[in-house]
Design a binder for this molecule. Structure first.
Ligand code: ZN
Length: 144
């Protein structure tokens, strides 16, 4: 069933960019890349979905001022999902798959005034859990 309205979504734009990780576990600040995708879309008011098409990498919003925050979140995730001899997956990266499920493959953000609505201390992070690799980030902007 479709729901229509007089003020429906008027524009939608799909774009993306690559991210190159250099370590097995790494937090990469992609705020500027996503902000650029929003600017390029020409959409002023709407939403932005950031999606990572990988099973051992994720995306999250968290503090990008103090580098100890990513370090401490990694410490917490390593306590939740350490490498275990009980893991069966033949690729040997089950801890990375588990962390990816915990953090998640996508985030939804608010776009207003042609920019992402983020808190003062918030940044968008690409979370690598099985690098180094070249990864993709997809960005869908919808609005008017
Ligand atoms: Zn695997």
């Amino acid at each position: 069933m479709y729901i229509s309205s007089k003020r429906g979504v008027k524009m939608t734009k799909l774009s993306g960019f690559n991210v190159r990780s250099s370590r097995q576990t790494e937090w990469i600040d992609i705020t500027a890349g996503v902000q650029q995708a929003v600017a390029d879309s020409g959409i002023a008011e709407g939403i932005c979905v950031v999606f990572v098409p990988h099973t051992t990498a994720a995306v999250t919003v968290n503090e990008n001022a103090d580098p100890d925050v990513p370090r401490d979140v990694d410490y917490a995730l390593n306590m939740i999902s350490p490498d275990r001899v009980e893991f069966r997956h033949g690729e040997g990266n089950s801890a990375a798959h588990a962390k990816t499920s915990l953090v998640g493959p996508s985030i939804t953000l608010i776009v207003t005034g042609g920019r992402l609505l983020l808190g003062t201390w918030q940044g968008i992070w690409f979370n690598e859990y099985d690098g180094p690799r070249t990864r993709k980030v997809h960005v869908r902007v919808m609005g008017e």
